[in-house]
Design a binder for this molecule. Structure first.
Ligand code: THU
Length: 139
């Protein structure tokens, strides 16, 4: 049921994607620990590198609403081929999720594959690799 709702919200967001340059529309949905769902789409820009992925839009909506923990994520495209999240999106998801967090990769027929985030981004860089604040302040 929750997965169906996530897919529905991600598909609705995909329909609003701004992807006039790649013509590759993407929708994403994250479920927060609170149970709330946040969806997003890709937002491209005439200055190509400024474009934003669907996952980033969904994560931004989640953070703006006050949630901080992702317990499930879903990405949908209109193509049959499997579409894993890009490296940047994996890193952005990792900021708010755990290696075990399931990421559902979906196409026109629904979920094609579910992969734990840790498999998409093994050995993810995180705050635990930065030492404590005092250590960083040392010259
Ligand atoms: N895209 C996403 O929205 N998420 C990903 O994880 C992969 C790529 C978007 C970015 C760009 O607007 C389009 O897909 C083609 O790369």
């Amino acid at each position: 049921m929750s997965l169906e709702s996530m897919l529905e919200l991600a598909r609705r967001a995909l329909a609003n994607a701004h992807a006039p340059y790649s013509r590759f529309r993407v929708g994403a949905c994250v479920r927060a620990e609170s149970g709330r769902l946040y969806a997003g789409c890709n937002v491209e820009n005439a200055a190509y590198p400024v474009g934003q992925c669907a996952e980033a839009t969904a994560i931004g909506a989640m953070v703006a609403a006050g949630d901080r923990t992702i317990v499930e994520a879903l990405i949908v495209t209109e193509r049959g081929e499997l579409c894993p999240p890009c490296g940047r999106c994996c890193q952005q998801l990792a900021e708010f999720a755990r290696p075990e967090t399931p990421v559902h990769l979906c196409g026109p027929d629904g979920v094609k594959r579910t992969v734990p985030l840790g498999q998409l981004l093994p050995l993810a860089f995180g705050v635990e690799h930065m030492g404590n604040v005092e250590e960083r302040r040392r010259p």
